[in-house]
Structures are given as C-alpha cells and as structure tokens.
Design a binder for this molecule. Structure first.
Ligand code: NAD
Length: 335
C-alpha cells in the first residue's frame, strides 16, 4: 500500500529511508504539514504518517475519510492532537509509537535541570564574550534536595532514577504507582504535598482533559519559593500566563521547557529572520531563569531509528490484518 508522509524533515527522510530497506513500503515524503490546505496532496494513498504538531480535528478527519485514508500512523507517542473518537466513527485506524527511547527524554530533562541550576546556557555566552565573572551564576546542590515527579511511567521513572542517583529525595504523584517504586527510590505523595515539598518539579504525565493546565495559579502559589519547574511532556499541562505571573513575582525560581502550549505555530521551523507574533512566548524568553528547547527531548539517533522501525512495523501489521480480515490487536493502536 502507498504511504504519504507529511511534515518530513531531512532527518525523518534519512531514518525512514534507511529502516525501510527492511520493510520495502512505498513511501512518498512531502514537507507540508497536514492541514485543510494540504489534504488535497493525498493522491489516493490509504495510509498517511504525521507528527506530533499536526492537529487532526473532526472536520479534517472527515476530509481524510473522503480522500480514502484508512490508517493514520503517528510517528510519536502523544496523540492528543488527533480526534480519536471521530477517527473511530469514520472507520480510520490510528496507530502510534508508544515508546521509542524514554532515555532520550529523561536525559534531556536532566540536561534542562542542570543547565538551569548552574546557568550553563548563560555561562557559555559569557565566556565566549570574554566575560569570566561569576556574578549571577550561583547554583545549588541537587544532592539532598527534593524532586517531585508528576507521572511515573516510562520517562518519569527514569528521571526519578537519575535524580535519585544524584542523592535527591524523590517524591511522586501518579494515580498508578510504578511496580518498581521502592527500587527506584520513589515515595508517593498527594499532588498537594508534592507541590509544597519539592524543590524541583518535573512533569511526565500525558495531556488529557484532566491534566490540562494542571500547573495553574493555585498550584504555582502552593510551590516552594524559588522552586524549579520542568516540562518535557506537553505544553498545555501549564497555564503559561499563570507561569509568567509567578516568574514576574519571583515566586517560581526556574522554568525549563521542551514543550509549549502553542508550539505547533513555532517549533521545528526556522523563524530566525521573522518577527515572532506570539507575545506570550516572547515574554518567556526575556527571563534569565527560563530555558526553552523546541521539543527536542526525543531527538537522539536511537530514538529516530526506533520511531522509524516501529512506525513501519505498524504499517505492516495494519496491512496484514486487512488481508487476513482479522481485528488489529496491538497496543500501538490508539483507542
Ligand atoms: P507513560 O504512559 O509511560 O507514563 C505516563 C504516566 O502518567 C503513567 O504512569 C500514568 O499513570 C501517569 N498519569 C496519567 N494521568 C496522570 C495524572 N493526572 N497525574 C499524574 N500522573 C498521571 O508515558 P511516557 O512514555 O513516560 O511519556 C510521558 C509523556 O512524555 C507523554 O505523555 C508525552 O506527552 C511526553 N513525551 C515528550 C517527548 C519530547 O520529545 N519532549 C517525547 C516523548 C514523550
């Protein structure tokens, strides 16, 4: 079956072309993101592949159905950008890559924490500018401090393990406790306790209607003065305006983001010669204690290879179930 890949970057093309030598699918790569304007680029392909920042709402899903699309395969873990109910009603299967390298995201999370604390991003610029002063670069020992992990699934558990290894006390909130929590040194508490006790809070839960703006004004007010907040999960877990307010009042001490509520307008593209219109994002960039990366937590060689392999395997499984007329039984199918 023919597959149309939307939103392809050179690194996607490289990893998928390499991995497809083992699968031999018929892939057409295009750079355009999937949208109402680009849906017409589908030339009879029954399978499309999209990424994390393409929003497929009910109206777009209907147009995909009219174009004969039978499978949307997401080359990412999160699926909050796709209307799964609409897909189900229209008979379109949605598949994803639930896990490809939790290490990649966990290690990037640690990188944000260490950089923010020791101001490595600022020191880098200073030293290159011949400024060897240490004023304003004072950090703190992570050892002996308390880390609060929200969501102890694949990534959150790894972050807990890394922080525990640095001598931090790790407390966590997750409605489902990790089976190895004792070995990982995780001590579960209520969300309210986590906010009041943690020096460093890291978000690793999915974005759902329940977790939308989980970190709002009330949560921020209950955090310790000077706390560090890290979000490598999904942008809308934070109420960004409330976070800016807390930074301005010097209550929130540090903010590290790899995701942003309105990132689909910005991330993965080069706007260095443009005027960025998002005033909230631009305000965030003015704070010296804010460090933002553009959704690169996943971006390691191992993760790209696994994403390609699992996505192409999803397509093979889908084709096989169509031929055998058996239901598709895999955890990679989004329901
Ligand atoms: P996972 O499914 O293994 O773990 C998620 C955990 O969150 C589960 O243990 C679940 O019980 C818990 N959870 C659900 N609702 C919760 C709530 N209300 N409060 C607290 N915990 C809750 O997922 P994962 O593989 O660890 O990924 C975590 C998130 O990381 C994903 O949802 C995704 O948004 C994000 N992610 C980001 C990148 C990146 O590049 N920055 C890459 C991959 C994944």
């Amino acid at each position: 079956m023919n597959i149309l890949f939307f939103n392809t970057k050179p690194y996607d093309k490289d990893s998928f072309t390499q991995e497809n030598k083992h699968f031999k699918h018929n892939i057409r790569f295009i750079e355009a993101k999937l949208s109402h304007d680009t849906v017409a680029l589908i030339q009879g392909e029954p399978i499309i592949c999209i990424f994390v920042n393409e929003c497929v709402d009910r109206a777009l899903m209907q147009r995909l159905s009219q174009a004969g699309v039978q499978l949307i395969t997401l080359r990412c873990a999160g699926f909050n950008n796709v209307d799964i109910k609409a897909a189900d009603e229209l008979g379109i299967t949605v598949m994803r890559v639930p896990a490809y390298s939790p290490y990649a995201v966990a290690e990037h999370t640690l990188g944000l924490m260490l950089s923010l604390n020791r101001k490595i991003h600022r020191a880098y610029n200073r030293v290159r500018d011949g400024n060897f002063s240490l004023d304003g670069l004072l950090g703190f020992d992570f050892h002996g401090r308390t880390a609060g992990i929200i969501g102890t699934g694949r990534i959150g558990a790894l972050v807990a393990k890394l922080l525990n290894g640095m001598g931090m006390k790790v407390i966590a909130y997750d409605p489902q406790h990790h089976p190895d929590s004792d070995a990982l040194g995780i001590h579960y508490v209520s969300l309210a306790e986590l906010f009041t006790q943690a020096d460093v809070i890291s978000l690793h839960c999915p974005l759902t209607p329940d977790t939308h703006h989980l970190i709002g004004q009330q949560a921020l007010q209950s955090m310790k003065q000077g706390a560090m907040l890290i979000n490598t999960s999904r942008g809308a877990l934070l109420d960004t305006k409330a976070v800016i307010h807390s930074l301005k009042s010097k209550h929130l001490g540090y903010l590290g983001l790899d995701v942003y509520e309105q990132e689909s307008e910005l991330f993965f593209e080069d706007f260095s010669c443009d005027i960025i219109q998002d005033d909230i994002f631009e305000r965030l960039l003015t704070f010296p204690n804010v460090l933002i990366t553009s959704h690169q937590g996943f971006f390691t060689q191992e993760a790209l290879q696994n994403i390609a392999k699992i996505t192409l395997d999803n397509i093979t499984q889908f084709e096989q179930t169509l031929q055998s007329k058996q239901p598709l039984k895999t955890i990679n199918k989004v329901t």
